[in-house]
Design a protein around this ligand. Structure first.
Ligand code: NDP
Length: 296
């Protein structure tokens, strides 16, 4: 079998087009322009790249982008004061604090100081609780994008066996909650899981979110399974620096029914879902109908 390659780049472009259409309607019919504020602390090069591309895509879909760059050594009080200002700014519908934060800052405290309705990353403890209890929430972007691709490929997920490898708060746990919400039978695997190959071989859906290059080989995959590879690992091969996922694409794509590539799979969906969450937050803040198909 040769797997269908799930094209995250094209899928994400479709999501951004939907967002742009909704933004245009909000401007025209309601005189509202959704706004996303991104807070970056320090000079981490990877974070700077992410923030730049988030800002660029925010503007491309017609929303306002507000970037706040703070010194590496900023004190917690000043950061909390900025978040308080953004919480109270009616032009700002989404707030994202780029992680990781420098060690002297309490990331949990900072994230939990964001108004949950503007928490477009979905990391605030209220949103975690709402998702866990099946209530309307802001859903973390990477799991949301992964769910959208699964629904698009499989239709109903009801009754399918799903394995999520990884139990982080930003990917593994919310992914498992979303799959449970769609009535999958969900197993969450992690570094202490016994006999991982056997666990993975049972699964109709495999979501790998570990951060270990190509740790899932094709012979762990059930024939026909759908594989979502969240991992982004930078490695050197044949003298070249390349990106690979947590799944060994060459072997897995011969067994799976469908698979996301790295790069070009889950990655592009993350920013597209951030924009989707911002337009959703804007509609909720203004008591307007939410766009369909842009949330869980
Ligand atoms: P974390 O490091 O926070 O979590 C990794 C998880 O993998 C942990 O739960 C850990 O288990 C588990 N794990 C580690 N080793 C093994 C093993 N040998 N077998 C099974 N499980 C194992 O990572 P994140 O969740 O933040 O990210 C995971 C990957 O996804 C990374 O490559 C990251 O770059 C990528 N990512 C991609 C995004 C995108 O936009 N596409 C967005 C976010 C992340 P334990 O808890 O027991 O330690």
């Amino acid at each position: 079998m040769t797997a269908k390659i799930i094209d995250g780049k094209a899928f994400a472009a479709g999501i951004r087009a939907k967002v742009a259409g909704h933004v245009a309607r909000l401007k025209e019919e309601n005189g509202i322009t959704p706004g996303l504020a991104v807070v970056l602390v320090g000079e981490d090069p990877a974070s700077q790249v992410y923030v730049r591309s988030k800002g660029k895509m925010t503007v491309e879909v017609g929303m306002n982008s507000y970037e706040h760059k703070l010194d590496e050594g900023v004190d917690q009080g000043a950061l909390l004061a900025l978040i308080d200002r953004l919480n109270n700014d009616p032009e700002v519908h989404g707030i994202l604090v780029q992680l990781p934060l420098p060690r002297h800052l309490d990331a949990d405290l900072v994230i939990n100081s964001i108004n949950p309705e503007k928490d477009v990353d979905g990391f605030h403890i209220s949103n975690v609780g709402l998702l866990g209890t099946g209530q309307k929430s802001m859903v973390p972007c990477t799991p949301l994008g992964s769910l959208m691709m699964l629904r698009d490929h499989l239709g109903s997920l009801s009754g399918l066996d799903a394995v999520v490898i990884g139990r982080s708060n930003i990917v593994g746990k919310p992914m498992a909650q979303l799959l449970l919400g769609d009535s999958c039978t969900v197993t969450i695997a992690h570094s202490r899981t016994k006999d991982l190959p056997v666990v993975v071989r049972r699964a109709d859906i495999v979501v790998a979110a570990v951060g270990r290059p190509e740790m899932v080989p094709g012979d762990w995959i059930k024939p026909g399974a759908t594989v979502i590879d969240v991992g982004i690992n930078r490695i050197e091969r044949d003298g070249k620096k390349i990106l690979v996922g947590d799944v060994e694409f060459a072997s897995a794509s011969k067994v799976a029914g469908a698979i996301t590539p790295v790069p070009g799979g889950v990655g592009p969906m993350t920013i597209a879902c951030l924009l989707a969450n911002t337009v959703t937050a804007c509609c909720r803040a203004n008591g307007l109908t939410e766009p369909e198909g842009l949330t869980a």
